[in-house]
Design a binder for this molecule. Structure first.
Ligand code: PGA
Length: 241
């Protein structure tokens, strides 16, 4: 794992946006795996700015998101489809038909998992997968577990994730208890992985990610087995190393 040290959130966002931008320049019809959460917002702002300036062209880019809450439709302001539209897709010249997020309102969970797996496969592989990391080590919504789940699946969120995400809802009772997520196998199939972390709260899990063993109790630890992973973290997130 290559570790890139950033000064602060802004520097981390700019460095990560540079790598995504380089990917788009090298292959204008690339497949980007995208993430939600607070951490990528600055990256999406930076990419939007470069696109507005005419330095970046999303017209051929295809995207596939990591996860979505079960039960929320794309118009719900806490759904990940809504987040992606608001923070990136509505602001750049991407063709929305080329953007994919699991359908939180699908009637049949098993069929939705299979459908989303086929979507990922049909895109011919993810060129660059962007990841955040949860305080508990999750990537996407692959929560700490006793196994690494391979493919898209429906997952029950842990109390720590529900707690962490409740900041965005009116009350903790409104946080969905289940989500669809890409599996570890699909994430690990990406050609290149870019994982970002910022702030003191992430320092313990960043230390565990870098120094700890590979184990499903820390899902992000599997990234050590990937040959092309870049971690961009700011000083605070690296402060326990
Ligand atoms: P955050 O979430 O960027 O909001 O900290 C990261 C994650 O849970 O993957």
């Amino acid at each position: 794992m290559r570790i890139v040290r950033a000064r602060d959130y802004k520097d981390m966002s700019r460095k990560a946006a540079n790598i995504i931008s380089a990917q788009i320049i090298l292959k204008n019809d690339c497949v980007l795996g995208l993430a939600t959460g607070s951490t990528p917002i600055g990256i999406y702002d930076t990419l939007t700015h470069w696109c507005e300036k005419g330095d970046l062209d999303f017209s051929q880019v295809k995207t596939v998101n990591l996860d979505e809450y079960v039960g929320l439709d794309g118009c719900h302001d806490q759904s990940y489809r809504y987040f992606m539209n608001k923070n990136l897709f509505d602001r750049v010249n991407i063709n929305k038909d080329n953007t994919h997020v699991p359908n939180g309102k699908a009637e049949n969970a098993q069929e939705e998992c299979e459908r989303y797996h086929r979507v990922i496969e049909s895109m011919g592989g993810i060129d660059l997968q962007l990841l955040g990391i949860g305080n508990n080590g999750h990537i996407g919504f692959n929560e700490p577990s006793d196994v690494f789940e391979e493919k898209v699946h429906k997952v029950e969120l842990t109390e720590s994730t529900i707690q962490a995400n409740s900041r965005l809802f009116d009350s903790i009772d409104e946080v969905p208890r289940y989500a669809y997520t890409m599996g570890i196998g699909e994430i690990m199939s990406a050609k290149r992985i870019l994982i970002v972390a910022s702030g003191k709260a992430k320092a313990p899990i960043v230390k565990e990610l870098i120094e700890g063993p590979v184990r499903p109790e820390v899902p992000a630890s599997i990234l050590k087995f990937h040959s092309d992973v870049i971690l961009i973290a700011d000083e605070e997130a690296l402060s326990l190393l």
